[in-house]
Design a protein around this ligand. Structure first.
Ligand code: ZN
Length: 147
C-alpha cells in the first residue's frame, strides 16, 4: 500500500503552537479528540504519519496503546510531562525526543504548569534504507534567491 506524491511539495500552516489546542480529529468510536491533528492527508505524506499535539496542564492520554508495524517518535517542543513505556515512568520536557518501538505499551501526560506541545511521527519500523548524505543528490548549482 503505497501512495505517490502528486506534486513536488506540499505545505501546511498549522499556526502558532499556542493554537494547537484548538486542533482536533474525529476518532471512530471516540468522538472528537481535541489538541491533536494528523498531517498525512493534508501533506500527502507517503512514508510516515505526523501529528501535532497540545496538552493543557493536567491532561493525559486517556488510553494506553501500542503499534503493530510503526515505531513512533515523540518530539517535545514545549512544556514538560511524563511518559510511561511498558510500565517505566520517566520525565520529558521541551527538547526531548523519544523513540518507542513496536509492540510496546505507552501513555503520557502533561504534569507541568505550562501547555505541553509535541509532534508524534509514525514510521514503519525497519523501513529506513538510507538517509542524510547517503540519500542526498547534490547538483553543481549556485545558490540563488529572488531579491
Ligand atoms: Zn501511537
Amino acid at each position: 500500500m503505497s501512495k505517490a506524491a502528486s506534486k513536488a511539495y506540499s505545505k501546511l500552516s498549522t499556526g502558532k503552537l499556542s493554537g494547537w489546542s484548538e486542533k482536533s480529529f474525529e476518532a471512530p468510536g471516540h468522538g472528537t479528540i481535541m489538541g491533536k491533528m494528523f498531517l498525512q492527508d493534508q501533506l500527502q505524506l507517503t512514508g510516515c504519519q505526523i501529528s501535532i499535539n497540545s496538552y493543557a496542564p493536567g491532561e493525559s492520554m486517556p488510553i494506553h496503546h501500542s503499534h503493530k508495524e510503526n515505531e513512533e517518535v515523540y518530539i517535545f517542543l514545549s512544556g514538560k510531562g511524563q511518559m510511561q513505556i511498558d510500565g517505566e515512568t520517566f520525565d520529558v520536557a521541551e527538547g526531548d525526543v523519544v523513540r518507542v518501538a513496536t509492540g510496546v505499551d505507552r501513555i503520557w501526560r502533561n504534569n507541568g504548569a505550562e501547555v505541553m506541545t509535541y509532534l508524534v511521527m509514525q514510521v514503519r519500523e525497519g523501513s529506513l534504507n538510507q538517509c542524510n548524505m547517503g540519500d542526498a543528490i547534490i547538483p553543481e548549482k549556485a545558490v540563488s534567491w529572488p531579491v
